[in-house]
Design a protein around this ligand. Structure first.
Ligand code: HEC
Length: 135
């Protein structure tokens, strides 16, 4: 009985500390992210993007949609919604900022560091560059 009296408030506190309010502020990568250099040289960009596309199809489409427009079935109920990766809002960022966001995540956007290698994450950046929407 005594144990319960301790456990219940502990559970309530744990919930209070782990509850994450939906992000309402725009997501901006730190200035340091702009300095991250894409390690893939121009001649290797297309094979890197091809490798990135494979990872995208297995790991990202559920939320970001098959074409990366942010309309995947798994993203419907999310707030904020998964980003439209083809949009100007995303594409105007430098490679390092996109890499940083994939690496660190926010809210429902997965922190891919520790799940995907650095190479995989840069391959994804190079793939995202190929799905830029035409204006
Ligand atoms: C569980 C759903 C989910 C999955 C899976 C997911 N994302 Fe996201 N992603 C999101 C959400 C939601 C956001 C918007 C986060 C925010 O603004 O707080 C986001 C944002 C992003 C952004 C930032 C865009 C911007 O606003 O600048 C990038 C880049 C991105 N995702 C890439 C990826 C890549 C690459 C993968 C696969 C490796 C992936 N995401 C998998 C949900 C997901």
């Amino acid at each position: 009985m005594k144990k319960m009296l301790v456990l219940i408030p502990a559970a309530v506190m744990l919930f209070a500390f782990t509850y994450v309010a939906p992000e309402t502020k725009p997501w901006i990568a730190p200035a340091s992210a702009k300095k991250l250099k894409n390690p893939v040289t121009t001649s290797k960009k297309s094979s890197s993007a091809k490798a990135g596309k494979k990872i995208f199809k297995s790991r990202c489409v559920a939320c970001h949609g098959a074409a990366g427009k942010g309309d995947g079935p798994g993203g419907k109920a999310l707030n904020p919604k998964p980003a439209n990766l083809t949009s100007y809002k995303v594409q105007k960022q430098v490679d390092g900022e996109i890499y940083w966001k994939i690496t660190n995540g926010r809210g429902a956007m997965v922190k891919w560091e520790g799940i995907l290698s650095k190479t995989d994450r840069w391959n994804l950046v190079n793939y995202i560059r190929t799905i830029k929407a035409s204006k």
